[in-house]
Write a protein that binds this ligand. Structure first.
Ligand code: SAM
Length: 452
């Protein structure tokens, strides 16, 4: 691996005697790790090794072809670099009480940290995952849908569009776009794009994002700032500005020494030669709370479309869990959208501020007397456990995920869920002579499947 000379100089100055070990680590393979979805429980991997700072995450001895695992498509786990999972430990220490939180993940695609935070939310919390880049938004949507939780919403907005939500969030995560130094061994292209001037450009962009993110945190709330870089311009200098200009105090975390994480005094730095993970940086900052903690904006009733008529609501009972307080609306495209009742007021505020927000779980649509379920429902934790499932074997599950027609002689007619090892993959409609595969085209596996 040819390291840019300026980067080598910067790291040698930063690491001193540790530089050769760091350099050697860049030439070793990156560890592979996954984080389990507690809302879709599976057995921990038999050959997995626990990651110290996340109780549901494991290193794997080698990289499997995840595309060939139906449980990956069911959203039972997320493939995520281990260092960044430290956010779970930071969250646990910053929010020890179990009270509902409003959380904003401002730079969220593809959704690694969104899905991580989603699994940590106390009951009745709300998480909004935002991504400004239009072309990156679909992958965030897809990962949030797969993860399945109804309390997670997505939006596609510039950070500046959130200005009206000043003081509204208990936690804002800024996982900033950065120069990517910490990903060099996973992504050699990041190395070819690295330069001192690009670091400065990233620093200035991060400053702009933080200037808009800082006011969104309520007094007493927390701003988490993370990057996957090592340099002080993108890490320390940005944290310093927050403590000087924006009334934040750096929150110290209790971190066992043997985890190998470096406390820089301005945040926590992860180096690949000290631990099994990529380069990462995290600082947690609490907003000083002399001001009132209440959000003063008046709420208008949410304009979420028409309420679903009683008859259709009764019909929907067959499709969604009976134990959740849900409100169902029909939007102007005829889609039925479910929202958790206790979030209606918050959604009224969010939807009037953020027009490009997906504000509920699409369940499906009524066509004459019939209800046509949507893929989002098949993967959602709102799904009724009573719906019939075809428990597919591995080969047939992959055929389903390739969007091929499948044969299943004993299937009953009507809508059924394709499932694998108890976890749902999508919808099927069983007709007298064939089974229609309703997996959306963009979700299908494109690779050729090797015969086992
Ligand atoms: N949090 C994500 C995860 O864990 O999967 C990774 C986020 S990545 C480090 C940074 C994100 O910021 C990218 O998705 C990028 O598109 C987005 N971004 C780029 N420019 C931005 C800007 N000016 N403001 C906000 N976000 C930006």
């Amino acid at each position: 691996m040819t390291i840019p000379a300026d980067f080598a100089q910067q790291m040698e100055a930063q690491l001193g005697a540790e530089w050769p070990a760091f350099q050697a680590a860049l030439d070793s393979p990156a560890p592979v790790s996954i984080r389990l979805n507690t809302a879709k429980p599976i057995h921990p991997p038999a050959d997995g090794e626990a990651i110290p700072w996340h109780r549901n995450a494991y290193y794997l001895p080698k990289r499997p072809i995840f595309t060939l695992d139906p449980l990956f498509h069911a959203g039972c786990y997320y493939v995520q670099e281990a260092s960044s999972m430290f956010i779970a430990e930071a969250f646990r220490q910053c929010f020890p009480e179990e009270r509902p939180l409003r959380v904003l993940d401002l730079c969220a695609a593809p959704g690694g940290k969104t899905t991580l935070l989603a699994s940590l939310l106390p009951p009745k919390s709300l998480l909004l995952a935002n991504e400004v880049i239009k072309t990156r938004y679909p992958i965030l949507r897809q990962n949030v849908i797969k993860w399945g939780q109804a309390e997670v919403y997505t939006s596609q907005h510039d950070p500046a569009d959130f200005a009206a939500l000043e003081g509204w969030f208990d936690l804002v995560l800024v996982d900033a776009p950065c120069s990517g130094e910490g990903l060099f061994r996973k992504d050699p292209q990041a190395m070819s794009e690295w330069s001192r001037s690009n670091v400065q450009l990233c620093h200035r962009r991060q400053q702009r994002i933080l200037k808009t993110a800082a006011p969104l945190v309520r007094p007493g709330g927390v701003l988490m700032y993370s990057t996957c870089t090592y340099n002080t311009a993108e890490n320390r200098d940005n944290v310093k500005s927050l403590t000087q200009d924006d009334a934040f105090t750096l929150t110290p975390l209790s971190v066992p020494k043997d985890w190998g994480i470096v406390d820089t005094g301005w945040g926590y730095q992860f180096y690949p030669h000290r631990l099994r993970g990529e380069g990462f940086f995290l600082a947690c900052l609490r907003k000083e709370s002399s001001e009132s903690a209440s959000f003063s904006r008046k709420t208008k009733p949410a304009n979420l479309g028409q309420r679903v008529p009683r008859k259709q609501k009764e019909q929907l009972q067959a499709w969604i869990r009976a134990d959740l307080p849900l409100q169902c609306f029909q939007n102007d495209r005829g889609h039925i959208i479910a929202v958790l009742e206790h979030q209606l007021e918050d959604l009224a505020i969010l939807t009037t501020t953020l027009p490009r927000m997906h504000w509920g779980k699409p369940l499906g649509e009524f066509k004459r007397q019939d209800f046509i379920p949507r893929h989002e429902l098949a993967l959602s934790t709102l799904l009724s456990p009573q719906i019939e499932r075809l428990a597919l074997d591995h080969t047939t599950a992959l055929q389903y995920l390739k969007r091929e027609n499948i044969q299943w002689p004993t299937a009953h007619p009507g809508w059924q869920l394709a499932s694998y090892e108890g976890h749902t993959l999508g919808w099927l409609k069983v007709l007298p002579r064939r089974i229609n595969n309703y997996l959306p085209k963009m979700w299908r596996i494109r690779m050729d499947i090797p015969s086992r």
